[in-house]
Design a protein around this ligand. Sequence first.
Ligand code: SF4
Length: 78
Amino acid sequence: AHVITTACIDCKDGACVPVCPVDCIYEGARTLYIHPDECIDCGICVSACPVQAIYEEFRVPPELAHFTAINREFFDKD
Ligand code: SF4
């Protein structure tokens, strides 16, 4: 799955939302989140994001690796 990281916090530009073919990007209080089980890894959102906040799960830089769990936990709460 793809993962939204720190650059989205308090940005929430939202350019990724309409380009996602499966509508799996959801809005939280301070950031957007990608549903890890709904994402089909098309990668379209990566280039749509104006602040380069989105990475494929296995390409998340080490310092941002905790965001993979943060994205999943947002949906696990539901
Ligand atoms: Fe949506 Fe594709 Fe981005 Fe996954 S990789 S969140 S399916 S646009």
